[in-house]
Design a protein around this ligand. Structure first.
Ligand code: HEM
Length: 512
């Protein structure tokens, strides 16, 4: 047995300290409050929320009589309905207390006022692996570990370096043609995999993940992974890579987003996680090294440099880490959004037809296609809410939120509130393109309600890549197939990201 003391434990201790000493200043529009103003603020512990008991934490809330017991609704909805727009969830087993916000302006106040190195917690077990576990085994390791797991100055340096390459629209556009070929290849594979009922044989989500990996592989590695090869053996590196991305997200959910003792003892899930993280790292290195070798012999006269080449010129280690981050963050995210879009378009055939009509026009701008993706992400977001650990104190809705507190914005739930989006549960892509005078106009809602790629300097670095990949593939899918759905509604499973889970009752008929 050994004791680990990562960020989270320090936080718990720090938060306990706040329980004893009230904070010196609060930031409202970045000003300190003094005297009476300060005394009027309530402590964060007074924020309403479900009861938390020592040792058992939230457990009682899930037992008969508890607010989460046998409820049909998702817990963000239950919390909002029971406690209102700001809710405190007590800490349990190393998980720190968290504040949930359902008030966009309050959330915006915090996110906007964060400093130049905002902290987004999450993936602490991966952070532990990268910074401590792996380091023990490999002392040659350099300090930086990547965007998902770095904070502070280390994160800022890394992000500034990769921004100049990854946020360049010109560089991203370079992949347009290859992504069309990837989409065409996937359509061919889907045709081959269709059975007599026009359904895809095999696991549908794995199939879409193959597309997502192939697509992000093109950007991360500058080369085709050949995920669609029908002769890929089960134990091929590509198949292993897909599986390990999923395994990693599953264990990380258990360790980082649910109460767990891994911070104190090496639990079985912790041991599994360290193995998965190690496997994933080795597989990434295998593919990246292969690409680097290919680049060495590439004829560079005609072609413009892509992301990997540009990053390799700046810093070899950063290039390798960034490619790994893309393979980690860029698979399940886009795959689930595509599954969501297919489902919503299948359930709304008139919208599907409208999208197909736009496709037929073959115009450069495709507002309806983009609107369909936006609306999919509103209804079925892959990430349920934005997350920060405050780097200063805040006065939010009359409460004093100390520095170091975990704050989660309930974006997914806010997007389903009538006051934010009229007819909130309906798939209406039109709301993203109609005129200001239309009551459906998306701009009538607070901009922080819908913020699926995060906020500010820490927002998703892969956004433009993801959008290009998804637009290209969805366009091809609609061009080739009439998509139908039968049976009960698609189910979702919320882990560190939201998964759309089977059975996947899709029918893919040829477009006549
Ligand atoms: C539908 C697709 C995607 C969605 C909805 C999404 C969403 C997000 C969100 C919400 C964040 C957190 C931002 C914040 O804290 O402000 C994030 C961060 C990140 N995403 Fe994405 N993402 C998607 C696809 C991708 C892809 C394809 C890549 C790979 C290129 C990627 C790479 C990253 C990385 C590396 C970060 C960490 C950024 C940082 O901390 O500096 N994402 N993403």
């Amino acid at each position: 047995m050994y004791l680990r003391r990562p960020v989270l434990n320090l936080l718990v201790v720090r938060n306990r300290l706040f329980e004893c000493f009230y904070a010196r200043s609060v930031s409202k529009n970045n000003t300190s409050l003094i005297g009476d103003e300060k005394s009027q603020l309530k402590s964060w512990q007074e924020i309403p929320g479900p009861p938390t008991l020592p040792m058992v934490g939230q457990l009682l809330n899930y037992l008969p009589g508890g607010i989460f017991y046998k409820k049909k609704e998702e817990w963000p909805e239950i919390m909002y309905k029971n406690y209102g727009p700001i809710v405190r969830l007590g800490g349990t087993f190393g998980l720190p207390p968290m504040i949930f916000l359902y008030e966009p302006e309050a959330a915006f106040h915090i996110f906007r006022n964060e400093n130049w190195t905002p902290v987004r917690p999450g993936f602490q077990s991966l952070e532990y692996f990268r910074k401590h576990y792996k380091k023990k085994k490999d002392d040659s390791l350099h300090e930086t570990t990547g965007l998902m797991t770095e904070h502070g100055e280390e994160w800022r340096k890394f992000r500034t370096t990769v921004n100049q390459v990854m946020l360049q629209p010109k560089t991203i556009k370079l992949y347009s043609d290859t992504l069309i070929v990837v989409a065409d290849d996937m359509i061919k594979r889907m045709r081959l995999k269709r059975n007599e009922k026009n359904m895809l044989e095999g696991k549908f989500d794995t199939e879409i993940n193959l597309w997502a990996l192939e697509a992000i592989g093109v950007v991360a590695l500058g080369d085709r992974l050949n995920c669609f090869d029908p002769n890929l053996p089960k134990d091929s590196p590509v198949k292993k890579l897909i599986q390990v991305v999923r395994d990693v997200l599953t264990v990380s959910e258990k360790l980082d987003f649910q109460p767990s003792l891994w911070r104190y003892i090496a639990t079985p899930t912790f041991k599994k996680a360290m193995k998965f993280y190690g496997d994933q790292m080795k597989l990434n290195e295998y593919f990246i090294n292969k690409s680097i070798e290919k680049l060495k012999v590439k004829d560079k006269t005609n072609e413009q440099e892509g992301v990997l080449e540009k990053l390799l010129e700046i810093d070899h280690k950063i290039a390798v880490i960034m490619a790994s981050e893309m393979l980690f963050a860029g698979v399940d995210t886009t795959a689930n959004t595509i599954i969501g879009a297919l489902y919503l378009l299948a359930k709304n055939p008139e919208k599907q037809n409208k999208l197909r009509e736009e496709n037929l026009l073959k115009q450069e701008k495709k507002p309806y296609l983009r609107a369909c993706i936006k609306e999919t992400i509103r209804l079925l977001p892959v990430i349920g809410g934005n997350f920060r650990q405050t780097t200063k104190e805040y006065n939010v809705m009359g409460y004093k939120i100390p520095k170091g507190m975990f704050v989660i914005v309930a974006n997914q739930y806010m997007c389903l509130m009538e006051e934010n989006f009229p007819q909130p549960t309906e798939f209406i892509p039109e709301r993203w393109i109609v005129d200001k005078s239309d009551p459906l106009y998306y701009g009538n809602t607070h901009p922080f309600v819908y913020s699926p790629f995060g906020f500010g300097v820490r927002s998703c670095i892969g956004r433009r890549i993801a959008e290009l990949e998804m637009e290209t593939f969805l366009e091809k899918l609609i061009e080739n197939f009439e998509i139908e759905w039968f049976g009960p509604p698609m189910k979702t499973r919320a882990t560190s990201i939201n998964y759309l889970i089977g059975p996947y009752n899709f029918i893919f008929k040829d477009v006549k």
